[in-house]
Ligand binder design. Structure first.
Ligand SMILES: [Fe+2]
Length: 303
């Protein structure tokens, strides 16, 4: 089974449509979404409808929860965006009862946790707090106890979103947790034959990412760039984060997604980055008073 893993779309339709096109070109069997369809972005309705149409399931993210139920530990910008998104859903349901009900039915079915292929547990945040807990790359150094408690609850492999930073956490009893950013994983399509480079969690996560020079970046024409590949050890305990489609935060503004291939032995996960029309999304955000302009500014720099 080839499964495209997407997460944290955040109402960014331009990024989502570009990612779906790239996924379709890579012939996958299914698409799964790790949550946060909603929040921050200017096109929540369209993104919900596309997830409902294209994904086999989606998880409950903290922003989906905020829009549907209540914001938890949100700053004012995020809270205001959540309430604006709720108004969009309510107004659309008043104008078109049938499609509005269909959309709400779908949102009412999103789950906090899904397990698939008997090996992969999927949550938006962490296995111990599925909706709200972040598993940060810096936790491997700053909070080893937290990482141990989380890995104690993981039987095999875990897929998460929430931090908007793509990469893999690996666990060994001897050394505890380690994090490798997707851009530092081995890449068979790259000329650089250097071995896997482990991220210094104290360093800026943007350091060492591939150049974003428009003239040399192969994704400038819309073709997604394979940034890293990981082959799983058979008994490996790990947490995979595909990064964010609609609001990357690792200093690379390109949309992020992953493809998990369980037809291969060992299983393999590929990480991709893709350019999309960021300026169009920023213009939309700036035209909506309830969405703070900072939400657009951060898209331009991937923060
Ligand atoms: Fe998110």
């Amino acid at each position: 089974m080839r499964t495209a893993i997407i997460s944290d779309i955040h109402g960014n339709l331009e990024a989502f449509e570009a990612v779906l096109k790239a996924i379709d070109a890579r012939k996958v069997d299914q698409i799964i979404c790790l949550g946060d369809i909603l929040g921050y972005g200017p096109n929540p309705l369209e993104c919900v409808d596309l997830v409902a149409a294209r994904c086999v399931w989606s998880l409950m993210g903290n922003h989906d929860y905020a829009v549907l139920y209540e914001p938890t530990n949100f700053n004012n910008v995020a809270k205001q965006a959540a309430y604006w998104t709720r108004e969009c859903l309510d107004e659309a349901a008043e104008q078109d009862v049938e499609s509005g009900n269909r959309r709400l039915d779908f949102l009412n079915r999103i789950k906090p946790r899904v397990r698939f292929e008997d090996l992969y547990t999927c949550v938006h945040g962490s296995v111990r707090k599925p909706i709200n807990e972040y598993v940060f790359d810096t936790d491997v150094v700053d909070d080893p106890r937290k990482m141990r408690e989380i890995f104690d609850r993981i039987e095999n492999r875990c897929l998460v979103g929430h931090t908007h930073v793509p990469g893999i956490f690996q666990w060994t009893e001897e050394d505890g947790a380690d994090f490798t950013a997707s851009a530092h994983l081995p890449n068979p399509e790259s000329d650089d034959e250097s071995d896997e480079v482990h991220l210094d969690p104290n360093a800026d996560t943007a350091m060492g990412l591939p150049s974003l020079d428009e003239n040399t970046d192969p994704t400038a024409d819309g073709d997604p760039l394979l940034v890293g590949v990981h082959e799983f050890d058979e008994r490996e305990k790990c947490i995979v984060n595909p990064g964010s489609v609609g609001q990357p935060r690792d200093g690379d503004e390109r949309a992020s997604f992953a493809i998990l291939d369980t037809n291969q032995s060992p299983h393999v996960v590929e990480f991709y980055r893709l350019r999309y029309d960021v300026d169009a999304v920023i213009a939309k955000i700036n035209a909506i008073p309830e969405l703070d302009n900072w939400l657009g500014d951060r898209l331009a720099v991937g923060r």
